[in-house]
Design a protein around this ligand. Structure first.
Ligand code: PEP
Ligand code: MG
Length: 545
């Protein structure tokens, strides 16, 4: 029995078999070899293995998401047969006498760059595929055949770290829990774990070589620990606590259909955060009053080219229709920083959190933005949809957005398509937006405070950096005063204001937010009923403030 402590991202307890996901971050080392033909033999073996893996992925995807979406794995299989690509790897091994891993990685980078520089959009998009197949080859050469998770049984995923795009591609039904060595509680991977209602621990000091796929483990998000190879007594206790937790969740169910109203009569909207159309099920199941944040960028992750207008329109329309008249706030693309998408070719930045991301990309690559806005405005015709813009720092940005909105509107008019310009709001997630929130409030219909980024930018603490977790204090007075200031400025202009960052679900803060006058809290679906309970059981009165 091996016990390790970590930081809890989502409280919950699970028991089951482990799947170790490793080798994705390895640095490929260059080494000299003496037998080139033997090394080429290794490449051939790795290619064969990759073909089998891709066939497995294709078959799984056909069953789960249909032939059209599965086709990408066929494309990868074809690319792996490409003679120019394979010949380049073999040639490098022969002429430079280098190891297969290195030759595959460098050839992958070279080909990917070549594709990225092509004029044809289709060919450009292949850059990400080349990177993908090269990673697979390297991973097979390194013997990390576990590098990809596809299992038929639910398992506990153990990894060094997980990227949002890896997490988003996983089949939520097949994951019992996440345990990672690195990662931060405010990362998007952590957010996804909360959204999926999956117990998750980060910062667990594991040696992944000592943990094996198939081992059993108990992940205990309440105590912040994971126990590998648990003994019988530990298993029995875990099972008992899982049953108790289920009972508590059952009790929470009684709050379904009840109002979010405090004992002294204050009301608040409790909405849910989602990342995909599939999450709407969790929203309805947990009786949220609406969707306060649909992180639309997740539609752009885990794929190899931009989603088109029609695909986006269908997704947004579906969400709006499923929510049957309840409010659905869709945030426009917030890519960049930790949410990297290969086909955007954003390039390396020294300081990505403060870099080229979110609205900055939309205002410079306007075609991408226009496509999304067209899809959103068309979908707004079919439901109670609102749009909000991320990472705003100035009045000029909002004006630039409105210019584009006008052009998009004229285009839709010309095309004779049904559309509606919905309520438009902005996220308040920079100190700049807080300080000018009085001016911004004149321009927009609502504010939604993104406390994850607002905390990172106010405290100058990278939300991704696990070394700084001890300093990251979302209850910092500066943050709370900023929230108060934004609420006052919004209300003065007759606009409503919500919180959609993780702090919105902090049950210690619920009462304070209600008293501050926050109109809406948008939280992970699994937190909706818990926040409702906190609102309904508020004890303090105004005098105690
Ligand atoms: C936030 O910054 O608080 C927010 C809700 O946006 P995201 O977490 O997606 O950056
Ligand atoms: Mg943000």
């Amino acid at each position: 029995m091996k016990r390790f402590s970590g930081k809890t991202v989502y409280k919950g307890i699970q028991i089951g078999p482990v799947f170790v996901l490793k080798g994705r971050e390895s640095q490929v080392k260059r080494s000299r070899i003496t037998d080139a033909e033997a090394e080429i033999g290794r490449v051939k073996h790795a290619v064969k293995k990759a073909q089998e893996q891709l066939q497995g992925l294709y078959d799984k995807a056909v069953k789960e998401v249909g032939e059209a979406s599965a086709a990408i794995f066929e494309v990868h299989q074809m690319m792996l047969e490409d003679e120019d690509y394979l010949e380049a790897i073999h040639n490098m091994i022969r002429t430079e006498m280098v190891n297969a891993e290195y030759a595959a990685a460098v050839t992958g980078d070279n080909f990917s760059e070549m594709f990225a520089n092509m004029d044809d959009d289709y060919m450009k998009a292949r850059a990400a595929d080349i990177k993908d197949i090269s990673r697979r080859l390297v991973s097979n050469l390194e013997g990390n055949e576990d590098a990809e998770y596809y299992s038929d049984d639910p398992m506990i995923i153990v990894a060094d770290d997980l990227s949002p795009s890896e997490t988003v591609q996983m089949d939520k039904e097949k994951i019992l829990a996440f345990v990672t060595v690195h990662g931060s509680a405010n990362s998007h991977t952590a957010i996804l774990a909360r959204m999926m209602n999956i117990p998750a621990l980060i910062g667990v000091p594991l040696d992944l070589n000592e943990i094996h796929t198939g081992m059993y483990a108990v992940v205990d998000g309440f105590r912040g620990e994971v126990i590998f190879d648990p003994d019988e007594e530990t298993c029995a206790e875990a099972k008992e606590r899982i049953a108790q937790e289920q009972e508590k969740l059952q009790l929470l169910q009684e709050l379904k259909g009840k109002e979010n109203i405090t004992p002294d009569g204050r009301r608040i909207n409790i909405y849910a955060n989602i990342g995909s159309v599939g999450d709407v099920g969790y929203v309805l199941e947990n009786d949220a009053g609406g969707i306060g944040l649909f992180r639309s960028e997740f539609l752009y992750l885990g794929r190899d080219q931009l989603p088109g207008e029609e695909e986006q329109f269908q997704a947004y329309k579906q969400v709006a229709q499923m929510m049957a008249g309840k409010k659905v706030i869709i945030r426009t693309l917030d890519i960049g920083a930790d949410k990297q998408v290969d086909y955007f070719n954003l390039g390396r930045e020294d300081n990505p959190a403060m870099g080229y991301r979110a609205i900055r990309i939309c205002l410079t690559q306007q075609d991408i933005f226009r496509t999304q806005l067209r899809a959103l405005f068309r979908a707004a015709y079919f439901g109670n949809l609102s749009v909000m813009y991320p990472m705003i720092i100035s009045v000029e940005e909002v004006q630039a957005i409105y210019n584009i909105v006008d052009q998009v509107k004229a285009g839709l008019e010309r095309d004779g398509l049904p559309y509606r310009i919905p309520e438009q709001g902005i996220m308040i997630e920079t100190p700049a937006a807080v300080m000018i929130s009085d001016d911004l409030a004149q321009l927009v219909d609502f504010f939604s405070i993104g406390t994850n980024d607002l905390t990172q930018y106010t405290l100058a603490i990278d939300r991704q950096n696990d070394k700084l977790d001890a300093f990251y204090n979302p209850h910092h007075k500066a943050i709370l005063r900023m929230i108060q200031m934004v609420v006052e400025n919004a209300h003065k202009a007759g606009k409503w204001v919500g919180i959609c960052g993780e702090l919105g679900a902090d049950l210690q803060m619920t009462e304070q937010f209600v008293r501050m006058g926050v109109d809406e809290l948008s939280v992970a679906p699994s937190m909706v009923l818990k926040v409702r309970k906190a609102v309904r059981e508020m004890k303090g009165s105004d005098e105690q403030q």
